[in-house]
Design a protein around this ligand. Structure first.
Ligand code: NAP
Length: 247
């Protein structure tokens, strides 16, 4: 895959999908900035692994819901490398409950953690990328944005918002040479899905045409493609990575 840019910031890349995106993009020759909120040790391990394989990486801890800290982190990247070429808004959390038991706080916290954080990232990235007339952003949404899911009114709303926000950012970024796209992973084997009971996992697998959970590598390759020069004429798009579970 060809990349005209040189570096990428991936939020929530100490574990799971984000960590794999970091390793994959480093393998394609980009300098990766690994972000975490509390898993500093895991973030350092991702960096060490990348460097052992001959890649370039730096660790930058901040909470994506903190607007000032996120903006400062992007400023630090630009100060160090002269630009921010790519951003992946990957950090996300769940707080599942049936709607009738979900407090407004449960709802708003998830919107802030998943959607407002991506807004901050897209906005700050657009500012710095506009100056270079180059950049690409991928937002990691979810299959439940498209299908809905019982017990995830808050999460599905946050992820659905990411898809429509991506389209609006794509319209604002186009004239400035900045592309915005989203991926919607289905069920991917990470800590997030590890917590599901075996019975629930089996029920989901029965509904997946490819009859398995996806791997973090399969999501990472889709993200890499959307960031790459090969996707130069793709913006405002949502790429499903779900084993055919929702078409
Ligand atoms: P995960 O294993 O739980 O990892 C989440 C990552 O996000 C961690 O690195 C965590 O860092 C970071 N994070 C969470 N809140 C943060 C904050 N406020 N500031 C900075 N970092 C924060 O999750 P995952 O399964 O890899 O999921 C990654 C993304 O894919 C999420 O947006 C998720 O919604 C989406 N997704 C996942 C699946 C799936 O099946 N796994 C399916 C569809 C979509 P710390 O450890 O430091 O807190």
């Amino acid at each position: 895959m060809k990349f005209s840019g040189k570096n990428v910031l991936i939020t929530g890349s100490s574990r799971g999908i984000g960590a794999q995106i970091a390793k994959t993009l480093a393998g394609y020759g980009l300098k990766v900035w690994i972000n975490y909120r509390s898993s500093a040790k895991e973030a350092d391990e991702v960096k060490e692994q990348i460097e052992k394989n001959g890649g370039q990486a730096a660790v930058i801890g901040f909470d994506v819901t903190d607007e000032k800290a996120f903006a400062q982190a992007i400023a630090t990247v630009v100060e160090c490398d002269g630009e921010l070429s790519y951003l992946v808004n990957n950090a996300g959390i769940t707080r599942d409950k049936l709607a009738i038991r979900m407090s407004l706080e449960d709802f708003e916290d998830i919107i802030r953690a998943n959607l407002s954080s991506a807004f901050i990232g897209c906005k700050e990235a657009l500012k710095v990328m506009s100056k270079k007339r180059f950049g690409s952003v991928v937002n990691v949404s979810s299959i439940v944005a498209e299908s809905g899911n019982a017990g995830q009114v808050n999460y599905s709303a946050s992820k659905g918002g990411m898809i429509s926000m991506t389209k609006s950012f794509a319209l604002e970024g186009a004239a400035r040479g900045v592309r915005f796209n989203a991926v919607t992973p289905g069920f991917i084997a990470t800590d997030m899905t590890d917590s599901l009971k075996d019975q629930i996992k089996e029920a989901y697998i029965a509904k997946i045409p490819l009859k398995r959970f996806g791997s973090t590598q399969e999501v990472a390759e889709a993200v890499a493609f959307l960031l790459s020069d090969g996707a130069g004429y793709i913006t405002g798009e949502t790429l499903k990575v779900n084993g055919g579970m929702y078409m």
